[in-house]
Write a protein that binds this ligand. Structure first.
Ligand code: IVH
Length: 708
């Protein structure tokens, strides 16, 4: 029975009912300890007591296997409990926006949208403030709010439903909404509420929040919804995810519909017929910025017609149909105390400015990037001026800025305040970490350490990258622990992580004796590592830390090749700059020649390749999800477009074909399944005819994909 405590009875003496009650009590106690330890960082019981609970639980289960609970603590690895909030996979990904920083960028955006659509006439857009808060997705089913989730990494967010229900702007019940409706928008805090909250924090002796955005984020992500309720949060709706019926034909119509359903929408949302009107509205919003009463950091433009938004679709992480026009960044002057050099995982020597702390846009900044040696010298490799050609010296007064989440940068130097003894900065020509030569290759702005795998900084940075959130994301193995294990010689390369238990499991005493590690935490680490032996292909590709291969590119490669075996074989057989494997690789939308060369090279460098092979031998790599719309008539087919397309641009044709599961290639070969030839098709159409490959025209293609 719940609440009964038989902890004083030995396992061997327990009757069945007592055992059942004990298993219930232990499940609760262990779950509570997990929560305190992982999610709240505030352990309530000692490691030894925790281990005793787990042991007793295991012993009772061994004696009464039939009584083992569905939520048995012996079945759980630390990870799930550590999260605090449950994870939610978004039905439609939550994306970010590309940025425009100048009028010119806005004109370029409009031009590229119209080019993609193959359209000369002007387009209508919406323009609205970009709210500086955090995005939230609200799912309504049958009109009732059933789930609220943060953006997270875009694919998986956190379930904050209970907290969202405490926000006054968020309706719990809608009338006249589609059966399924996911409303997206921004949670934010007004300036007035922010200053009241900070006064309250100060009175309570708590740390004040740096800015309204941090306050909003900290308030929404409270484990106790009653704390969120006491924080004055607001919400503007501006977009949507999954829908069972369209809201409107236009963005503006959809926003009006959301307003009629009871959501707050931003009153400065307008329709604009082209870049001139968009830029005019941008300046009008900028002029009102100081009196709005909440933070905004730019203006968002969206193509108004939803059918066009659909045609335009998405790049890997941003829509083609929208862009954020950012306000100029805030600036501040401070003293440059010193220039430090950091060595990254690809050997790049990155200069970092150590600054006298200064507040920029509500955040205290004490480090800023100085990019590379030309940037410090104020001149490029060909003598061209950078930042007015002023060099940057230790001791200088420098102007720093930060735009949104971007790392602070040094923008300018005040020569009138330069100390008399300041010397031009001599950029090191040897690696400060391993002493190897640091060289610049022709055309590269970056100086790199040539030490490769003998450079401890490169190895450590590679390992940190390997365990980072978008890569292996191993619970309990962060940058700090990796560095510790590397310094002890326990982990020298990624594969070693998966041999840790086998090598040190029996000698775990060593690990346990170390500060911060007990039986429980060591076992938890090994469990978390085990849980990651089976892992998605895209994560593995990203984790390899190959230069130029970011998270999005790794996703593109995984989606294209589908399995590790296919990817590895293609990279092994590929030659930089030629051959069918190369053509196939650079044919992937979003993969350029520089990235492609970097990947192929990584697979052909003996030491790096051997290290990759050792890692892969430890893993079970999950295949990437098969191409979407798998039952489309072109799924899995390799298609080549040639000649002039009249109904759409080449880029749109390619994106649409890929969305239907086809592979689009730039050249005709025996692997080509279908050639779509428009007027003026030349050698490719001929080659297709020679090879006997089916060739159709644009109308036939549209009919095939059901768009005629
Ligand atoms: S539209 C698919 N509209 O900015 C695009 N986003 O930098 C959906 N944001 O993650 C976003 N105000 O959190 C849109 N009026 C607005 C916005 C807005 C703020 C945020 C949002 C998004 C981020 C992208």
């Amino acid at each position: 029975m719940a609440g009964e405590d038989h902890s004083d009875i030995e396992v061997a003496a327990l009757g069945e009912d007592e055992a059942r009650a004990e298993l219930a009590r232990l499940a609760t106690a262990i779950a509570r300890a997990n929560r305190a330890y992982h999610a709240e960082d505030a352990p309530e019981i000692s490691d030894a007591d925790y281990d005793a609970l787990k042991r007793r639980n295991a012993a009772i289960e061994a004696r009464f296997p039939a009584l083992k609970r569905d939520d048995s603590p012996s079945e759980q690895v630390g990870a799930a409990a550590s999260e605090g909030f449950a994870k939610v996979r978004h039905a439609v990904r939550m994306l970010s926006l590309g940025n425009a920083f100048s009028d010119h960028d806005v004109e370029d955006f409009d031009r590229s949208v119209r080019k993609y659509l193959g359209r000369e006439e002007p387009l209508t857009y919406t323009a609205e403030p970009k709210i500086d808060g955090l995005s939230l997705s609200l799912r309504y089913e049958g009109g009732a709010l059933v789930q609220a989730a943060t953006r997270g990494d875009g694919a998986v967010g956190e379930n904050v439903t209970a907290n969202a229900r405490t926000i006054g702007d968020i309706p719990h019940q809608l009338t006249g909404a589609p059966e399924v409706l996911e409303v997206r928008g921004e949670v934010y805090m007004s300036h007035a509420d922010f200053s009241t909250l900070n006064t309250r924090q100060a009175e309570a002796g708590a740390k004040p929040f740096a800015n309204p955005r941090n306050a909003a984020a900290g308030s929404l992500r409270q484990l106790d919804p009653e704390i969120t309720r006491a924080r004055p949060l607001k919400f503007f709706a501006y977009a949507w995810g999954a829908l069972s019926a369209p809201l409107s034909k236009t963005q503006m119509g959809a926003i009006e519909k959301l307003e009629s359903l009871g959501f707050s929408v931003n009153p400065l949302t307008r329709n604009c017929d082209g870049p001139a009107a968009m830029i005019a509205h941008y300046h009008s919003i900028e002029a009102q910025r100081a009196t709005l009463g909440y933070d905004i950091d730019g203006v968002v433009y969206k193509v108004d017609e939803l059918a066009l938004q659909r045609r335009l679709g998405f790049r890997s992480t941003t829509p083609r149909w929208a862009i954020a026009h950012k306000f100029p960044a805030e600036l501040a002057w401070t003293r440059l105390e010193a220039i430090d050099i950091q060595v990254g995982r690809t050997g790049a020597l990155s200069p970092v400015a150590r600054l006298s702390p200064v507040t920029v846009g509500g955040v205290v900044v004490s480090n800023a990037t100085l990019h590379n040696e030309d940037y410090i010298a104020g001149r490029g490799a060909n003598g061209e001026e950078i930042r007015g050609g002023k060099d940057i010296r230790e001791g200088d007064w420098v102007q720093v800025y930060r735009a949104g989440d971007v790392i602070p940068k040094v923008a300018d130097v005040d020569l009138s305040k330069r100390p008399g003894n300041a010397k031009p900065y001599a950029f090191p020509t040897t690696c400060p970490e391993c002493g190897s030569d640091a060289v610049r290759e022709h055309g590269d702005a970056v100086r790199r350490c040539t030490g490769g795998i003998i450079c401890p900084a490169q190895i450590v940075e590679k390992l940190k990258h390997f365990v980072s959130r978008a890569a292996f994301d191993i619970d309990g193995l962060g940058a700090k622990q990796v560095e510790q294990f590397f310094n002890d010689g326990w982990i020298k390369e990624p594969a070693d992580i998966f041999r840790l238990q086998e090598r040190y499991g029996r000698g775990m005493q060593q690990l346990k004796n170390r500060e911060g590690w007990g039986d429980k935490s060591a076992q938890k680490l090994f469990d978390a590592i085990e849980a990651r032996r089976s892992i998605a292909l895209s994560r593995v590709i990203f984790a390899l830390g190959i230069r130029h291969v970011g998270e999005a590119s790794a996703g593109l490669l995984a989606a294209h090749y589908g399995s590790w075996a296919a990817f590895e074989q293609a990279m092994t057989n590929a030659t930089v700059g030629q051959g069918s494997e190369w053509d196939d690789l650079v044919g992937i939308d979003g993969v350029g020649a520089v990235m492609a060369a970097s990947v192929v090279t990584a697979f052909h460098q003996a030491a790096e390749r051997a290290s990759i092979d050792r890692l892969v031998a430890e893993l079970t790599i999950e295949d990437a999800a098969p191409a979407r719309d798998i039952d489309s008539p072109v799924a899995g087919k390799t298609v080549v477009f040639t000649g002039t397309l009249e109904k759409m641009s080449r880029a749109e044709a390619k994106a649409r074909a890929e969305a239907m599961g086809a592979k689009v290639s730039g050249s005709v070969s025996s692997k080509t399944d279908l050639v779509v030839a428009g007027p003026g098709a030349g050698s490719k159409a001929k080659k297709a005819a020679d090879l006997g490959i089916e060739t159709i025209d644009e109308d036939a293609w549209l009919a095939l994909i059901g768009e005629a």
